[in-house]
Design a protein around this ligand. Sequence first.
Ligand code: DGJ
Length: 737
Amino acid sequence: MAIYFNPETKFFYLEGKNISYVFGINRTGFPEHYYFGTRIGRDDLTYTYEANIGDSGEAAIPGKVHAGGLSYNVYRSEVSFYGNGEFRECSLQLLQKNGSRLNEFLYETHEILAEKPALAGMPSMRGGETLKLTLKDKFSEMRVHLFYTVYDDASVIARHMEIESCTDEDVKILRAYSFTLDVVGSDHDLLTIENAWAREGKPERTPLPHGIVCVDEKSASSTRRHSPAMALISKNTTEDFGPALGVNLIYSASYALKAEVGTKGYTRLTGGINDFDFTWELSAGETFATPEVVLAYSNEGIGGMSREYHDAYRKYLINERFANIPHPLVINSWEAVYFGCTPERLLPIIDAVRGTGIDTFVLDDGWFGARRNDKAGLGDWTVSPEVFPDGLTPVIDYVHDAGMKFGIWFEPEMVNPDSDLYRAHPDWAISVPGTEPCVSRRQLVLDITREDVRDYIVEAVSKILRENEIDYVKWDFNRAITENFSRALPAGKQQEFHHRYALGLYDLCERLVNGFPHIFFEGCAGGGGRFDPAILYYFPQIWASDDTDAYMRTQIQYGTSLFYPLSAISCHTSICPNHQTERTTPFSTRANIAHLGATGYELDTTKITPEELDEIKLQVAEYREMEDLVLHGDLYRMENTFDSNYFAVTVVSKDKAKAKVTAMRALCRPNDEHKRIFPRGLDVNAVYEVVNKEYELCLRLSGASIMNVGLVLPLKTAGGKMPGDFKTFVFDIKKVY
Ligand code: DGJ
């Protein structure tokens, strides 16, 4: 049992693999937070209560509360509401009929649920044991339900809040964040992830000042500027040591995550749906659910926190049908031919990779309607007779004949103004009547808050999927949303748009992903513009970036792996000079870095040398050998090219019998340092064979030696030459006994 309630002390103990989460109902009837961290006993923690502080809320709240006096402002809160003395960031604000924003939600009842209830219309973690805590407003019949899900075998807690109107009056939700968590200490660092097109995934570590630090998105796509993720870490936390508390929101639209250092020695974490440009009309009898947030804790540093997320997501979030099976190893047409995807150009590319072990051909953008460039055709999901006069079947047959599966690209949420769809339904594109909509990449966004628009998309995409033997879909989304207006919503509901967009997206995903259960879906958003756990719930992998440059990829994949498992990070080997950076890196480096994820190729295979084609065959075979590590292994990040000239990671099997170390020296320098890297995660007592095929190196070393003495990166190539820039070194490690 993961959840325990002590009826005498009214303490709740939520226990995960290595964690405890403790809160109690205080004398005011308010759920007060006591602890989240390493597993502890079921102790009475009321001794941590600062009863002597001048403005102790406990004594004061039943009486009159006034600014500067006695208030909720000192509670360590599980939920926080504005209006009665709480001056920190609150998680809830309701506008009532008489204009009041005053609520006080106090404990009413609770249930411990063996079956986790699904979140209406939104993706969430599966399984676990769930506590549903019901709070009632002191001044009305409004209820708030706080949900906590805990897992015996994961060090994460999933939380969300539901607001139920049991009154006969409508209320307007002004803010509904998913959680509040007050953490001990006011001297933490905050780790966040900065994203920009082609350079996603940059970790940023900032000392928190008093006041509020916020990461947010206002574009209804989750990761165009920041990830919906942050970690509160101690000053002395490193990659391998120290506490790290992670926050990751299962949400794909506008969000805000905040850390607020208060004056009483606590740091408040809160966030959820961005309340900027958000209100929600809650009618009598209705319930509003917030998205789920996943909190993780590790005292094994940032790396430990990442591994907790990776395990939890692989087991309880990612589509079960695909989480544990080998992912397609693709050849994608985009960087090979861009919009020029004619059979004449595609068939030789397919021919070239016959027998290499690449198992899926993906036809990217350009196969439909008038889509010969980015100016036209989006929304018209019919095979272009101009490009494929006999339909897709001959190409699909060709792909099958080559022993591969067939994948195809869609951008279901978009429309080009120059399209049949737009000509027939201009009002389906998001715009404010009487204004010119903002065009980006020559396209507009369809208003998927509308059911009729969603029905069209589902039918148009399904028709292609039904009529063709398709095994894989890449779901793209190439621009941010502007205007944020639906012609189908009344004026008073326009600020519901962002969240309704997210709900519309999830409805589309439910219908298409479940409608075609055999199809493997990959998410994409102009690179990594929508890389979040909600997308991962539907699509087991997401294209991490349009930047396929191997050096940039060491950074992008490093940052993305802070929260997401390698199996979710889609990575391709492409041609050089690289199309995004003009940089040239060795072919082996591109493959070795792309192998640290769901891998594939994206290049014109008719333009590479026969030797490179042979290399692809070897690379694919090598990937197959490490694939189980990518799917299930533990990731240890050792070096990153943000901080140094090196990149290095170890991926270890759960039983520690097998590992792979991938390292890169970015710039080659003459007379360079003798660089050691220190693998992690091995069994100190086991003896391993360490093999570097390229250098014909085969060592027999204890796990303790490998990790403490380290491995040496050669200064020369196997042939004794200077290795040049961006040389990778791969060590295969297998337990002997
Ligand atoms: C952006 C994606 O990230 C690319 O991989 C490619 O699919 C293009 N869109 C196609 O338009």
